[in-house]
Design a protein. Structure first.
Length: 466
């Protein structure tokens, strides 16, 4: 892979998981007391308005990868405009960068965020109400903070959540397994427990890059994406594509920019070291059946017809390929720290963009199922925004979500979450709160995008942990 392409993918993944963040305007800083420090090795940032309204929002950020370096500042909201608005309205904000900062530091975050909450209550004051909020990986952290500490949090807001991170790793293995089996069956590429992570990564990336040059190769990339129900919409600044060729191209952006890189051999050592072995398995998985249930089936059929490739023959090859087994100890670690239980000790509001291929919207559907089994469905509301991209919310949408959750906390009843009402409320905040970052732009270009909540039923999570 060329240096330019690798740099582009690195930036895309950084944007994908929320590592690039614009600093809060100085005016908001002047109206707040800022506390910075370290608790047991974890850096933290706290901002308390001079006229604090008694509410604390404890924010959990997404995944950071070491090669990106540390962000300019600790994130206190998904959008910087949201942070400024909250401070202006009297909300206190706090966040830990987690011990070690990088990787799937969920275990550390669950300790470090509570330690910060304890510090806040001792040094600043006990909040009248405490909200835990998070995006991407931070969403499951926020949920598990509430699940593990009933009574400490009055509400939970999650955005673009990966509620079953273990299931995501299994789904990623499905996609990479299909790519390797169909594009380079004889290549020496370790998808798990890699002996040479960087070498295996380079080989896999080269195989996929070559496949993108032909219709047949693009068809097989589409099949891989469909196994993970990856949508054919990636670009936040463009409407959802209707032409199959455009949908295939945008789905391929997800497969190559998020999964080949973000879950490939070079990403394996971090998660396997943390979990104590390989947590991922495709033993017993019937890929023909998985494709038949996928929302991407029709797109795959179109791609295979265009490429003149025999879909049934490729599914036979996948069926015959030797499977990969997980280490039970590693699976247990993932279930303990990276899978939400759905117990809802306090009200939960989730938000997802419909074109999210980084944390598929099926994750939200899966979480709703867990709440119906293990919690109180009356404490859950789930919302969707019609937009491509991962975590591509504008501040207006984030603010309205927070206001909706706070209304539920204060009144004991959910206000209307009808998409038209939410869209109108977000629109009323004005154009200053409508910027959306384009994930798949190397410079992270931003554009004003109108708020657009919508009714949506996500496809099922293809590889749920339970």
């Amino acid at each position: 892979m060329t240096h330019t392409r690798r740099t582009l993918i690195t930036v895309l993944v950084a944007l994908l998981f929320g590592a690039l963040f614009t600093a809060t305007p100085a005016a908001a800083e002047e109206r707040s007391r800022v506390h910075e420090g370290t608790i047991d090795g974890a850096d933290y940032l706290v901002k308390v308005p001079k006229r604090w309204n008694g509410t604390l929002v404890l924010y959990s950020h997404g995944l950071y990868v070491e090669e990106w370096g540390k962000p300019e500042q600790i994130m206190l909201a998904t959008r910087p405009e949201t942070e400024s608005w909250l401070l202006d309205q009297g909300y206190a904000l706090a966040a830990s960068n987690y011990k070690g900062v990088y990787g799937h530091a969920i275990e550390e975050a669950l300790t470090d965020q509570i330690a910060l909450l304890d510090w806040f209550e001792a040094k600043v004051g006990k909040p009248r109400r405490t909200i835990t909020s998070g995006m991407s990986m931070g969403a499951v952290i926020s949920l598990k903070l509430a699940e593990n500490n009933p009574g400490r949090f009055d509400g939970v807001l999650t955005q673009c959540g990966e509620y079953d991170a273990n299931g995501t790793w299994n789904s990623a293995l499905d996609m990479l397994f299909a790519l390797k089996t169909l594009l380079a069956p004889d290549a020496d590429i370790d998808l798990v427990r890699p002996r040479d992570p960087q070498g295996a990564q380079a080989a896999l990336e080269a195989v996929v890059a070559e496949a993108q040059k032909t219709e047949a190769g693009r068809a097989r990339i589409a099949l891989a994406g469909a196994l993970g129900t990856v949508p054919g919409w990636a670009l936040a600044h463009e409407p959802e594509p209707t032409d199959p060729a455009d949908r295939l191209a945008q789905q391929a952006l997800w497969v190559t920019g998020a999964y080949v890189y973000g879950y490939g051999p070079s990403a394996r050592p971090e998660i396997e070291h943390r979990a104590g072995g390989n947590p991922s398995s495709n033993a017993g998985i019937d890929y023909r059946r998985q494709l038949a249930r996928s929302s991407g089936l029709d797109l795959v059929r179109h791609a295979y017809r265009a490429g003149g490739v025999d879909l049934e023959a490729d599914l036979d090859r996948l069926a015959a390929a030797p499977r990969i087994s997980a280490d039970p100890k590693a699976q247990a670690y993932m279930h303990r720290y990276m899978v939400a239980r759905g117990t809802t000790p306090s009200p939960v509001l989730t938000a997802h963009t419909t074109g999210d291929g980084g944390a598929i919207a099926g994750q939200a559907r899966w979480y709703g199922d867990q709440v119906r089994r293990n919690g109180d469905p009356g404490l859950l509301r789930q919302t969707y925004v019609s937009r491509g991209g991962h975590c591509s919310f504008n501040a207006a949408e984030e603010i309205v979500l927070l206001r909706t959750l706070l209304s539920r906390v204060d009144s004991g009843h959910w206000p209307s979450t009808d998409p038209r009402r939410l869209t109108a409320a977000a629109t009323a905040l004005g154009p200053a709160y409508r910027l959306v970052r384009e994930l798949f732009d190397p410079q992270g270009k931003e554009k004003e995008m109108a708020p657009l909540f919508t009714r949506f039923t996500p496809p099922a999570h293809p590889r749920p942990s339970r």
